[in-house]
Design a protein around this ligand. Structure first.
Ligand code: ADP
Ligand code: MG
Ligand code: ZN
Length: 498
C-alpha cells in the first residue's frame, strides 16, 4: 500500500522548511444536538438518538442551540479571537450517506470568531500559532465499512451508518499556516495539547481524541529554505492522538522531501494516517476550490451576537491557562518546565486528579510523565488513554509513601493494573508483592557481602561510592522487594560491625 520513498528526517529538514496548518474539530458537550432536542451522548446503540431533524426528513426545521453559540463564543474569546458582529450559517452541499440531508449546515464566509492566536512553548521557545477562524457546524453520521479487511470502503461488501453523531455541534478551529521548520512535529503536537488543555478548562467538551470528540486534520507542506512561496500541502486525516499528530507531520516531511528531491510534484490531496505503521497513504485528490455550492441557510436567521451578551459570556471564562499554571506552580511546587511537560504530554489534568485522589504532587507528576508516559509510548497511545485510573495511581503513590511498596515494586503493580489484573491491591495480592522484611533483608545483605568481599573491603577503606553496587545486588537478590534506603543503612552497619 505505502510504497513511498522517504528521506531521513534530518536530511529533509536541512534542505526544506516545513509549514503546517491544523484544523481541529471539537465536539461540544451540549445537552442536545445543534438543531434538535436529541442527546449527543457518546456510546448509545446505533440510531437510537435521532429525530426527523437530524435524520433530515422533509419538512423538518432546524432550531439553533443557544448553549452551542455560548460555547463557541467562549472558545473564540479564549483563543483571543474577534467575535463577528454578524455571522451566518451556510449549506455545504455534498452527496454522501453520512449526511442524510445531502448538505451539512456549516459556516463558510461569515464565521463567528476570527483572527485569534494560541501561544505554545516548544524547547523553551514560544511559538505563536495564529488562528484564522473558529466556526460552528453540525457533525455528520458515522459510516462503518464491513466485509473488507481494513475497515475502509475498498473491498467492503456493505456499509452501515449510525446517525447518532449527525447533528452534534462541532466547532472547527483553523490555524493560519505556521512556518515551523525542523520542529514542526513538536509544534503541531504542542499546539493540539495546549488547545486540549484550554478547551478542557472551558468545560465545553470532554476533548477525548480516542473517542473522536477532538479530531485533528494535519496539513503540511515543504519549501526550500529561503523560498517565499508556500509549497503544495497535503491534509492528513484520522490523526487521533497527540503522538500521532507528531508522527504524521514527521512522516509527511520525509515523504514530501523525497518526492521533491526526485524532482516530482506534491499532489494536493487528503491522506489517511495509519496508527500501526505511522505512515500516511493517499486518500482523494483535492483541489482548492472544491465545489460545495455553499449558499446561506434559508431556514436559520443570521446571528448578530449582542455585545453585552458577548461580555456576559466573557465574564464566565475561567482563569486563562497561563494564570492557572502559575497558580498550580505555586500550589504544588512544580517548575515551569515540569508544567510544560505535563501539558505537552496531555497529562496535566490526570496529574491534578491524582493529587486530589490523595497522591503527593511530585509523585503524581513523576508517575504520569515518566513511567506511564513511557508505557503509553510503547503502546502507541496517549498516557491518559492507558487502562489505569487516577485512583489506581494515587493508591500506588500512597503505598510507596507508607513504605508498603518500593519504587521497583510499584512499577510491577502498575504493570499489573495495565495488564488488566485488577486494582493495585488485587495485583499485590496475586503477584505476592511486598517489601522485604528486616530479617529477609539482612539475609540477602549477608549473602551479597559474602559473595563480594572485595567490594566490602573498598567500602571499609572509605570508598562509599561502592555501596550502590551492593544495593543493586541486594535488590536483585530480593526480586526488587528491598527498601533501598534501609538496605544502605544495614549494609554500612554490617560492614562496620564485621
Ligand atoms: P480545507 O477545507 O481545504 O482543508 P481550510 O482553509 O479549512 O481548507 O484549512 C486549510 C489548513 O491548511 C489551514 O490550517 C491552513 O493554515 C493550512 N494551510 C494552507 N496552506 C498551507 C500550506 N501551503 N502548507 C501548510 N499548511 C497550509
Ligand atoms: Mg480541511
Ligand atoms: Zn435529532
Amino acid at each position: 500500500m505505502s510504497t513511498d520513498i522517504l528521506l531521513p528526517y534530518d536530511e529533509a529538514v536541512a534542505k526544506y522548511e516545513t509549514v503546517i496548518g491544523l484544523e481541529t474539530h471539537v465536539e461540544l458537550g451540549t445537552q442536545t444536538k445543534l438543531f434538535c432536542g436529541c442527546s449527543g451522548e457518546f456510546g448509545a446503540d446505533p440510531n437510537t438518538q435521532v429525530c426527523p431533524v437530524c435524520l433530515g426528513l422533509p419538512g423538518s426545521l432546524p432550531v439553533l442551540n443557544e448553549q452551542a453559540i455560548a460555547s463557541i463564543v467562549k472558545i473564540g474569546l479564549a483563543l483571543n479571537c474577534r467575535i463577528a458582529e454578524w455571522s451566518r450559517m451556510s449549506r455545504k452541499n455534498y452527496f454522501y450517506p453520512d449526511m442524510p440531508k445531502d448538505f451539512q449546515i456549516s459556516q463558510y464566509d461569515e464565521p463567528l470568531c476570527i483572527d485569534g492566536y494560541l501561544d505554545v512553548l516548544v524547547d523553551g521557545e514560544t511559538v505563536r500559532v495564529e488562528i484564522e477562524r473558529v466556526h460552528l457546524e453540525e457533525d455528520t453520521g458515522k459510516t462503518s465499512h464491513v466485509g473488507g479487511s481494513t475497515g475502509r470502503i475498498h473491498g467492503a461488501t456493505h456499509s452501515l451508518v449510525d446517525y447518532n453523531r449527525a447533528g452534534i455541534p462541532l466547532v472547527e478551529i483553523v490555524t493560519r499556516p505556521v512556518v515551523a521548520g525542523a520542529k514542526a512535529p513538536q509544534i503541531a503536537k504542542a499546539y493540539v495539547a495546549e488547545l486540549q488543555d484550554l478547551l478542557r478548562g472551558l468545560d465545553v467538551s470532554d476533548v477525548r481524541m480516542e473517542q473522536g470528540s477532538l479530531r485533528c486534520d494535519v496539513n503540511a507542506s515543504l519549501r526550500l529554505w529561503g523560498a517565499d512561496k508556500l509549497g503544495t500541502r497535503t491534509e492528513t486525516k484520522n490523526v487521533n492522538s497527540l503522538r500521532s499528530v507528531e508522527r504524521a507531520v514527521r512522516f509527511e516531511v520525509s515523504r514530501q522531501a523525497a518526492l521533491l528531491d526526485a524532482g516530482e510534484r506534491i499532489v494536493q490531496e487528503t491522506r489517511h494516517f495509519h496508527e500501526d505503521t505511522g505512515t500516511t497513504s493517499s486518500g482523494r485528490e483535492k483541489s482548492d476550490a472544491e465545489d460545495y455550492r455553499y449558499f446561506p441557510e434559508p431556514d436559520l436567521v443570521p446571528l448578530a451576537p449582542a455585545r453585552d451578551w458577548v461580555e456576559a459570556v466573557r465574564a464566565t471564562l475561567p482563569e486563562p491557562p497561563s494564570q492557572r499554571r502559575a497558580r498550580l506552580v505555586a500550589e504544588h511546587g512544580f517548575s515551569a518546565e515540569e508544567m510544560r511537560d505535563m501539558v505537552n504530554l496531555g497529562v496535566l489534568d490526570a496529574v491534578l486528579e491524582t493529587i486530589v485522589a490523595g497522591a503527593g504532587a511530585a509523585e503524581a507528576r513523576g508517575w504520569w510523565t515518566s513511567y506511564l508516559a513511557g508505557k503509553a509510548a510503547e503502546a502507541g497511545v496517549d498516557a491518559v488513554d492507558l487502562p489505569i485510573t487516577v485512583t489506581d495511581v494515587a493508591r500506588v503513590c500512597a503505598l510507596v509513601s507508607e513504605g508498603e511498596l518500593t519504587a521497583a515494586l510499584a512499577r510491577q503493580v502498575i504493570d499489573g493494573v495495565l495488564a488488566g489484573e485488577g486494582t493495585p491491591e488485587q495485583v499485590i495480592e496475586a503477584r505476592g508483592l511486598k517489601v522485604a522484611g528486616e530479617d529477609e533483608l539482612i539475609a540477602a545483605i549477608d549473602g551479597v557481602l559474602a559473595s563480594q568481599p572485595d567490594t566490602a573491603d573498598k567500602i571499609r577503606g572509605g570508598n562509599l561510592g561502592a555501596v550502590g553496587a551492593l544495593i543493586g545486588a541486594v535488590m536483585k537478590a530480593t526480586g526488587g522487594q528491598a527498601d533501598a534506603k534501609r538496605a544502605r543503612e544495614l549494609i554500612l552497619e554490617r560492614i562496620n560491625a564485621g
